[in-house]
Design a protein around this ligand. Structure first.
Ligand code: SAM
Ligand code: SF4
Length: 473
């Protein structure tokens, strides 16, 4: 097999991260090995996102950089995939003459043959066909072995909800669920090569399998939890209108399900929620959060908010701030509203100025930072099981193999908080931490985006923890 290099630039959400892994796996069969050097690449792919205008601009600015490279290396194959490709199709060729391939969100399975064709015939191809081919066809040679301990697995694609601001139903198509056997099979294969944590992906996991009459999402969760080697299960995203008691109960009954939910609320104003076509009210959202906290008191809740949706008044925005104060989210992803092609809200009146959006975003982020810090501060002194991911950034440039050096690790709590931690290299404690291992960490400091602590294990740890609150995984 020829050895060639692939440079893959992934922009956007976890769904795109998963798609990029699928792209890399399929191209590995053609002899493409991933590289982090753009100059060494024989094939450059940018996997794009068009959810917000900013992500799209990022993709085009990256493509702009390729012009010089292509001049220096005419044999280089350049490709754009993902949502921007799906949305813009052939128009991209006119805009970027040095681009060889535009492939849509459902063309990943066909990618190896498309690349081969370009390589042999030096032609330019657009493939944005939707849904006439199986969406979740597995790679012919199965799943390549990797030693990743945490990864995303897509369980469904597309969306049927048509929120008025959102482009997903147009670029990712209608909602389709994968068969549970295929999902389990994929996760099992990863688990055999070291997977410890899986995040199941879908735009609205609550409706998983309903259209196809497969199985309920909670049943899928229960099947995934039976995979022995797996320690943790996460999922995203749940739509508040469909978030139900069954799923709430799973946080109590399914021991591997992490105590974290991402439940995007988007706005705290009923008027705005209606214009967004979200199909729930502030009261319904609050009710679901109350039920969730009743069943699982230590659950962490994060959310998405859009500021400056067309027609959002200062009163509407104040209602959103009020909701944030009432719920006290553990974290927020907040976005300035942007018009997207095909999304109905692009034609709504009452557009909010960019300055106002910026100001509102800042107010909201400042409020959330205070809340997150307070929540993190409350964890100081507790001992939490952390799934070790690897060395933290500060340490990774140093010498990682010196046993007597204090080593700084990074990982996450069940509630999805990042914890950087150290151990002092004492062989009697835990100098043999490896990625994918659950480590008890005593939290010593809290910051706005992370926690800091010390690994405590074995006998010494038990002593140290006497009289402390200890959380179970
Ligand atoms: N399916 C999820 C849901 O229903 O909440 C979210 C999917 S979307 C990929 C991720 C987030 O992007 C949304 O929750 C929303 O906050 C944000 N978003 C989507 N369209 C947007 C737009 N036109 N402008 C700003 N933010 C947007
Ligand atoms: Fe977009 Fe709404 Fe579907 Fe989420 S639920 S992907 S925001 S249309």
């Amino acid at each position: 097999m020829v050895n060639k290099y692939l440079y893959l630039n992934t922009i956007g959400c976890q769904m795109n991260v998963y798609d990029s892994e699928q792209i890399a796996m399929r191209l590995a069969a053609l002899g493409y090995q991933q590289t982090s050097s753009l100059e060494n690449a024989d094939l450059v792919i940018v996997n794009t996102c068009t959810i917000r205008a900013k992500a799209e601009q990022k993709a085009f600015s990256f493509l702009g950089r390729l012009a010089r490279l292509k001049k220096k290396k005419p044999g280089l194959i350049t490709a754009i995939g993902g949502c921007v490709a799906q949305q813009e199709g052939e128009k991209i060729f006119k805009r970027i003459p040095y681009l060889d391939l535009v492939f849509g969100t459902q063309a990943i399975d066909r990618l190896p043959s498309l690349i081969q064709m370009i390589d042999q015939k030096r032609c330019r191809i657009v493939d944005i066909e939707q849904a006439d081919k199986p969406l979740f066809q597995e790679a012919d040679d199965g799943i390549a072995a990797t030693d990743q301990m945490s990864r995303f697995v897509t369980i469904m694609r597309g969306c049927d909800n048509f929120c008025s601001y959102c482009v997903v139903p147009y670029v990712r198509g209608r909602e389709t669920s994968r068969h549970p056997d295929d999902i389990i099979n994929e996760i099992q294969q990863y688990a055999q090569t070291g997977l410890k944590e899986v995040t199941l992906l879908g735009q609205n996991v609550n409706s998983y399998g309903k259209k196809e009459r497969l199985c309920a999402f909670t049943e899928l969760l229960s099947r995934v939890s039976q995979i022995e080697q797996l320690l943790r299960i996460r999922f995203t995203t749940s739509h508040p209108k469909d978030f139900d008691q069954d799923l709430i109960n799973a946080f109590r009954t399914n021991e591997k399900l992490c105590k974290h939910i991402h439940l995007p609320v988007q706005s705290g104003s009923n008027r705005v929620l209606k214009r967004m076509n979200r199909k729930y009210t502030k009261a319904l959202y609050l009710d679901k959060v109350a039920k969730l906290r009743d069943t699982c008191p230590d659950i962490a809740i994060t959310s998405d908010i859009i500021v400056g949706f067309p027609g959002e008044s200062t009163t509407d925005f104040d209602e959103t701030l009020e909701l944030i104060r009432t719920i006290e989210f553990d974290g927020l992803f907040a976005f300035k509203y942007s018009d997207r092609p095909n999304a109905p809200s692009a034609d709504y009146d009452g557009k909010v100025s960019d300055q106002q959006k910026k100001d509102r975003l800042q107010i909201l982020l400042d409020l959330q930072e205070t809340l997150t810090r307070r929540k993190n501060q409350a964890l100081v002194g507790t001992c939490l099981p952390i799934l070790a991911e690897g060395f933290s950034k500060r340490q990774s440039s140093g010498n990682l193999n010196q046993p007597d050096q204090a080593v700084q690790w990074t990982g996450r709590t069940s509630t999805n908080k990042i914890v950087n931690f150290y151990h002092d290299g004492n062989p009697a404690s835990c100098n043999d931490i490896c990625p994918g291992q659950l480590v008890n960490v005593k939290i010593e400091k809290a910051y706005s985006h992370s926690l800091w602590g010390k690994a405590v294990e074995g006998k010494a740890a038990a002593e140290e923890l006497k009289g402390e609150r200890s959380y179970a995984a």
